[in-house]
Ligand binder design. Structure first.
Ligand code: PMV
Length: 321
């Protein structure tokens, strides 16, 4: 059978950085994200092809041996006795640039493989599966606003996404200042492990995460942008502080990232409600009301070459055939 899934990336408002279990990919902290519209990963899985190996294509060409091995291992988790499969996947946005292509990619792969194989897993079970491809993928099984619980079960079965509010809950924008579209120097797993092992600031990030999450969830539900934005920036800057104080230090920001952060501060000084976040890359994402998005985009265009205005995205979709 053949199925195609389309999923959106998400951006964390309350940040995930650090693992409590490496093989199961369990997070050290809870996180909360917003799903983005327009940016998509589209993945087609054909379950059962002739030949001894899977056929895997990414963004119009054959996947590298490393990528192919990772995707094949992911499909083995769904069904260890599975037939060989064909996977064709593509993103309409830069891969590995801190724009969470792995989040939408593994969510789309989990959904398409589930439908093509007839495995019939629930969204929560697919979120658990997606988590083992990439942590942030845990949250891309739903649109709108999604929490990722740390969970308590030893096998990780309760560490999955939980939808908190749908896409139409709040008409916000995420304005992305694209600083660099190339692949990152330090991957997120390596960065997290080094941070946990060597940053003396890391325990403070972990200890304060639950409170950040509760405050952000409450602000989201009552549509209080100033509180949500302030918590998002605070969670981001604490995460960046732990990376910066790792040994050797991890620094994803480039000078243009700082310039974008300064532009956001200047907007706030002028009374515009805009708050910034960043991930394992140099790009800066700014949360604001829909009515302010053009003004925010204009301020960012003065400091970076490419700016994209995105809204809140909906649920992923799956089609058979
Ligand atoms: O899912 P990963 O392994 O790419 O890690 C994502 C980590 C951050 O983007 C920095 C934060 C987050 O919660 O998405």
């Amino acid at each position: 059978m053949r199925a195609t899934a389309t999923a959106h990336p998400n951006i964390a408002v309350i940040k995930y950085w650090g693992k409590r279990d490496l093989p199961l990919n369990l997070p050290a902290v809870p996180s909360l994200s917003v799903t983005l519209d327009r940016f998509t990963s589209v993945t087609t899985v054909t379950w059962g092809i002739d030949g001894p190996v899977d056929h895997i294509e990414m963004n119009g060409g054959p996947a590298s041996a490393k990528e192919a091995a990772k995707l094949s291992a992911f499909l083995d988790r769904l069904d260890p006795r599975r037939p060989r499969a064909r996977v064709v996947t593509s993103n309409n946005f830069p891969t590995a640039a801190g724009l969470a292509s792995s989040a939408s990619g593994f969510a789309a792969l989990a959904l398409a493989a589930n439908a093509a194989s007839g495995a019939g897993l629930s969204a929560s079970a697919l979120s658990v599966l997606a988590r083992q491809g990439s942590g942030s993928a845990t949250r891309s099984l739903w649109g709108g606003w999604v929490e990722w619980a740390v969970g308590e079960a030893a096998d990780g079965s309760d560490s999955h996404g939980i939808p908190v509010a749908p896409a139409d809950h709040w008409d916000l924008r995420v304005v992305v200042a694209i600083v660099g579209a190339g692949p990152k120097d330090t991957g997120s797993t390596e960065g997290m492990i080094r941070t946990q092992r060597t940053s003396p600031l890391y325990p403070g990030f972990v200890q304060s995460a639950a409170e950040d999450l509760a405050a952000a969830r409450e602000a989201l539900l009552r549509r209080d942008l100033a509180t949500l934005g302030e918590r998002m920036e605070h969670s981001t800057l604490k995460m960046v502080g732990t990376m910066t104080s790792a040994r050797p230090p991890i620094r994803y920001w480039r000078p243009a990232s700082m310039a974008a952060m300064d532009a956001v501060l200047a907007l706030r000084a002028q009374g515009v409600g805009a708050w910034a976040t960043s991930d394992a890359g140099p790009n800066v994402k700014v949360l604001c009301a829909a009515a302010d998005a053009e003004r925010v985009a204009e301020a960012l265009r003065a400091v970076v070459t490419e700016v994209v205005v995105l809204g809140v995205g909906g649920d992923p979709t799956v089609e058979l055939g």
